[in-house]
Ligand binder design. Structure first.
Ligand SMILES: Nc1ncnc2c1ncn2[C@@H]1O[C@H](COP(=O)(O)OP(=O)(O)O)[C@@H](O)[C@H]1O
Ligand SMILES: [Mg+2]
Length: 352
């Protein structure tokens, strides 16, 4: 188990594509997820930690020791990739025991470790099967057991569940999380799925074009995205963009689509401001309210425990969550599609 620190890690490929500088800390026993769209540099970052990429600038510390010049096989890391490469003509047992045997473990210690992991992952009944005779979900469990066999200090998982169907994916997310906790193994997980990242992680680092855009717990990221990319990527907010038309004691009046919004904050007159508002923080009225903004109702979608109401605010689609069934009934009954909306000032998130 190890503390891991990436300090100003940079890889510049021959064609000029640049990943980094990346600064990240993963505490001993934590699971940190790299989350970002395809091409944002998740796999490259993971491969730099594993040591598979040459000519990397910066420093990489495991428990304070710089690993950047250490060979991959001497870094004591377990890895699982999206496409599992199990040895097809070997049994599950032979796949899991391969690493320990290569490392010269005794037969007893190896068997004990394989059985321990097989129990943990619920694959004991498969140990004598050929890996060509198991399902995709089982193969990912075997791959995980194989990665953990030599008791690595660090576990790296690159989209290990993306080839599985959604139900199995959700089940395995929970299993990976619980095994990771039980073994207290420091883990870096890669996914492009927000749900998966939020379900599994202590901390999430959002990657945008080779750079870490924001790091935080799932709650911190959802509640307080610091910039537009994160707010958009997480879909946590409705994003407003407008010009400051008045500055007064800790408040800005911002003109967005010909409506004025008074929001807490500091700024210069005439400057541009972006802010976001979570769907659950938008307040909707079916009658016209003075000082509130007007928008056109587009749709009302029932969800578990609430309704998602989508409105068109002069071309800007906004989503609101409504819990009030009476209001939903009135909105539906109203032939009139114009609504008024507002929000609590304290729910505004100013974006960089
Ligand atoms: N060996 C390579 N040579 C040149 N460019 C690469 C190489 N590997 C990855 N890249 C580029 O680096 C960027 C990040 O890729 P990658 O780390 O695979 O992203 P992700 O895993 O987030 O989808 C992409 O633009 C990709 O084309
Ligand atoms: Mg990738």
């Amino acid at each position: 188990m190890a503390d891991v620190e990436l300090r100003s890690i940079v890889k510049e490929f021959d064609d000029g594509t640049r990943i980094g500088p990346i600064n990240l800390t993963v505490k001993d026993g934590e699971i940190l997820t790299l989350l970002g769209p395809s091409g944002s540099g998740k796999t490259t970052t993971l491969r730099m930690v594993a040591g598979f990429i040459e000519e990397v600038e910066g420093s990489l510390f495991f428990d304070g020791k710089d690993m950047i010049d250490v060979l991959p096989r001497e870094r004591n890391i377990g890895m699982v990739f999206q496409s599992v490469a199990l040895f097809p003509n070997m049994t599950v047992f032979q796949n899991i025991s391969f690493g320990p045997e290569m490392a010269g473990w005794s037969r007893d210690r190896t068997v004990e470790r394989v059985e321990e992991l097989a129990d943990l992952l619920g694959i004991r009944n498969l140990l004598l099967r050929k890996t060509s005779e198991i399902s995709g979900g089982e193969a990912q469990r075997v791959a995980l057991a194989r990665a953990l066999a030599k008791e690595p200090k660090l576990l790296l998982l690159d989209e290990p569940l993306s080839a599985l169907d959604p139900q199995l994916r959700e089940k395995l997310q929970m299993e990976i999380r619980s095994i990771q906790r039980k073994l207290e193994i420091t883990t870096i997980y890669v996914t492009h799925s927000q749900d998966e990242a939020f379900a599994i992680s202590d901390k999430v680092a959002i990657l945008d074009d080779g750079i870490v855009s924001q790091v935080g717990t799932p709650e911190e990221l959802y509640d307080s995205p610091t910039n537009e990319f994160v707010a958009r990527f997480l879909g946590s907010g409705n994003i407003f963009s407008g010009q400051v038309v008045k500055v007064s004691d800790g408040h800005l009046t911002v003109l967005v689509n010909n409506s004025r919004f008074k929001i807490p904050g500091e700024g210069e007159i005439n400057s541009l401001v972006k802010f976001s508002m979570k769907p659950e923080d938008i307040i909707i009225s079916d009658t016209s309210v003075t000082d509130w903004a007007q928008a056109n109702l587009i749709s009302i979608t029932p969800q578990v425990g609430s309704y998602k109401v989508t409105v068109d605010f002069n071309g800007l689609p906004l989503n609101a969550l409504i819990y009030d069934e009476q209001l939903v009934k009135r909105l539906r009954a109203n032939g009139e599609s114009v609504i008024s909306f507002s929000f609590k000032p304290e729910s505004i998130i100013i974006l960089r």
